[in-house]
Design a protein around this ligand. Structure first.
Ligand SMILES: Cc1ncc(COP(=O)(O)O)c(C=O)c1O
Length: 369
């Protein structure tokens, strides 16, 4: 691998292991001894279908996904799922409660940062009735900033919502739910309406496979784009509980919004994620990354590694705050393990910090615009 590579902190697309890229280069010429490169081979070939099944089991085993949930692969990114979860779960709700007026179909959103806010915007754009179950901005002095995960007493959930939505890690704002049940910044699972089939939806786009997913089995849908943690852009991973894979066309006949076929969880599930041509190259590279992850010890290995990295970084940030050179933007206890946001204080100091970092081969540190 070229020694001109730098340390790339880009949040996504983000760095991939050199060993994976070396292997991927071989696969581009010859995938699995077929004599055909991965970007050229039919997605319906035996070799590719086997590979896709292996990718499914690498995720299932490492995250301990139960048989109640399907793992699906699609395109359209996290943004595509902002729409798809609304449409599929509205269809489910319509089949469960065909006679309810539309105003009675409420979607609960927990807003902790700019990505969950975007998801709300899309739900509203699609005409859904939204209840903001909690809005972290209300906790900030200005009422505008996302600086913390709301405490448990700040949530109000609807009695029978179409979905309950949260973003586990807010990439831009650097805010993440704690995965310790007892922490005040954990997701308030105990406050959710009592039901065995909760329509709980989580955006794991920027923390997928970085540590365990608390209460995975209680989720209806978990989604993530590959490009932050497990591969190139172009692949979206879905973990969907089977009761959320519904006949969207039957629901449309009852008045639900028709679901575009590539967004239908059922169309995807019935075709084992091969309803149409999938993103073969990102699937291949994600498989290589997750095979490597398995060999290193799986998600538990990454959880421990990421815990130590976060500790080190937040300790340094604290030290810098005490010296007056940094200012953290997120309240203690709500800080992300994946994206740490802070200001560098002083006239021109941020530019000097970034230039200095670049000289050391550390790129992609500049925060979101
Ligand atoms: C938490 C989160 N959700 C959703 C998205 C949107 O993902 P995509 O660009 O794959 O549509 C991003 C992208 O950065 C993200 O960080």
């Amino acid at each position: 691998m070229s020694d001109s590579r730098v340390i790339n902190f880009g949040a996504g697309p983000s760095a991939l292991p050199d060993s994976v890229l070396d292997e991927a280069a071989k696969g581009l010429l010859n995938f699995k001894g077929t004599g055909i490169g991965i970007a050229e081979i039919s997605h319906r070939s035996r070799e590719f279908v086997e590979y896709l099944n292996e990718l499914e089991s690498l995720i299932r085993i490492q995250l301990d996904v139960p048989p109640t949930h399907k793992i699906l692969f699609t395109q359209g990114g996290g943004t595509g799922q902002f729409s798809a979860v609304v449409l599929n779960l509205l269809a489910r709700h319509r089949l469960l409660h065909p006679d309810l007026p539309n105003e009675g179909r409420t979607l609960d959103y927990v807003v902790t940062g700019s990505w969950s806010k975007k998801a709300v915007d899309e739900a509203r754009r699609l005409g859904a009735t939204v209840n903001i179950a909690a809005d972290a901005r209300k906790l900030s002095g200005s009422g505008k900033l996302f600086q913390e995960i709301p405490p448990h007493d700040a949530y109000t959930f609807s009695p029978d919502p179409v979905l309950i939505y949260y973003c586990e890690n807010e990439t831009v704002d650097g805010v993440q739910f704690s995965h310790k049940d007892s922490a005040p910044s954990s997701f308030p699972f105990h406050l959710l309406p009592k039901s065995t089939l909760l329509p709980l939806v989580a955006d794991y786009s920027s923390s997928f496979m970085s540590r365990n997913i608390p209460r995975l089995a209680d989720h209806a849908v978990i989604f993530a784009g590959a490009q932050k943690n497990i591969g190139p852009a172009g692949l979206t991973i879905l973990i969907v509980r089977q009761d959320c894979i519904v006949d969207v066309d039957a629901a449309a006949k009852l008045g639900a919004i028709p679901v575009p076929i590539t967004m239908s969880f059922k169309a995807l599930a019935d075709a084992n994620s091969l309803y149409n041509t999938p993103s073969v190259l990102p699937i291949y590279i994600a498989g290589l990354v997750l095979q490597r992850s398995k060999e290193l010890g799986g998600v538990q290995y990454y959880e421990e590694l990421n815990r130590r990295k976060a500790q080190k970084l937040y300790d340094t940030l604290k030290e810098g705050e005490a010296k007056g050179v940094f200012r953290g933007k997120v309240k203690e206890g709500s800080g992300s393990w994946m994206n740490v946001v802070f200001d560098v204080l002083g006239e021109g100091a941020e530019a000097r910090f970034l230039n200095g970092a670049e000289e050391q081969g550390l790129k992609g540190l500049k925060g979101h615009r």
